[in-house]
Ligand binder design. Structure first.
Ligand code: ATP
Ligand code: MG
Length: 270
């Protein structure tokens, strides 16, 4: 199982949208995919059609609490099945209190990793949708992951926030998770009509080189609309440019894994 964390402490950069559409994209290529909502805002859970996350009896926080208390747990409990072929471990607001509990927990950075290792034979991919923070749940996600994808909104110069995130990733890699790789920075909400969007793309590519994924996700009203429809862009507007872009992101992610066989991944440096 390859675990990918979608992380950026900046809000609204399309982490959740990318988790949903990359996850469903991978499932469309025959992969077994588990999506994990690791944000107490529960946007991913809602986007996939579970509109009342606070009513869900078992979520990521339930599972993490069991591990924190060292109680037996059933790893598949609470996992929901979406009609487009992915599974989802949902979240709700209770995850915010787990974040607080973690501060005084033994092995506090590895709780999510412990949970996921119990599922590693059941899925090809686990995608973790992080919240817009660098708090303990995000550190848990980075500690559990093999790779990070950083969505970056092409509207702003991401400079400082991105450097801070890259430093955090490097620190987690050094201290907690030597397997961690940066799979790439993903430009999202690219408005192809503006020079500004192009300049940000050029600047990121000249600064971070091959770490910037080839695929760019265009600005798309249709994509924004999917978030209330409970479905992916492939189901909502299959022949549009946004569906095409997420399909090419899916292929790019698949090709990264073909190029870097699993057993060698840990040898690669960032
Ligand atoms: P948060 O940090 O709050 O978790 P996020 O990084 O997960 O946010 P999303 O929720 O995926 O970001 O996206 C933010 C908003 O932008 C949503 O309303 C979403 O529908 C919209 N959006 C995402 N991608 C695009 C796009 N390519 N074009 C236009 N709107 C988009
Ligand atoms: Mg989100």
């Amino acid at each position: 199982m390859k675990t990918i964390a979608l992380a950026n402490q900046k809000g609204g950069v399309a982490k959740s949208t990318t988790a949903a559409n990359l996850g469903i994209g991978l499932a469309r290529h025959g992969k077994k995919v588990l999506l994990i909502d690791a944000d107490p805002q529960a946007n991913l859970t809602q986007m996939l059609g579970w509109q009342q996350p606070d009513d869900l009896p078992i979520t990521l926080s339930t599972q993490m609490e069991q591990i924190i208390m060292d109680e037996p747990f059933s790893p598949t409990a609470g996992i929901l099945s979406h009609s487009e072929g992915v599974h989802l471990l949902p979240a709700n607001i209770e995850l915010a209190s787990v974040e607080v509990t973690l501060v005084n927990t033994m092995s506090r950075e590895t709780i999510l990793r412990q949970y996921l290792s119990s599922l590693r034979n059941q899925y090809d991919y686990a995608l973790i949708d992080c919240s817009p923070s660098l708090g303990m749940i995000t550190i848990n996600a980075l500690t559990a992951a093999n790779s990070v994808v950083i969505p970056v909104q092409a509207h702003y110069l991401p400079a400082k926030g991105l450097e801070q995130l890259l430093r955090t990733i490097a620190k987690v890699k050094k201290q907690l998770n030597p397997q961690l790789n940066l799979d790439g920075i993903l430009l999202t909400m690219v408005d192809g009509r503006t020079n500004f969007a192009k300049e940000i793309g050029t600047l990121l590519r000249s600064t971070y080189g091959a770490k910037v994924l080839r695929t760019e996700i265009p600005q798309s009203v249709r994509l924004a609309e999917t978030s209330v429809e409970g479905k992916s862009i492939y189901a909502y507007e299959p022949h549009g440019k946004a569906a095409g872009a997420y399909e090419s992101l899916t292929k790019e992610v698949l090709s990264l894994d073909e190029r870097e066989p699993k057993k060698h991944r840990s040898d690669l440096t960032r």
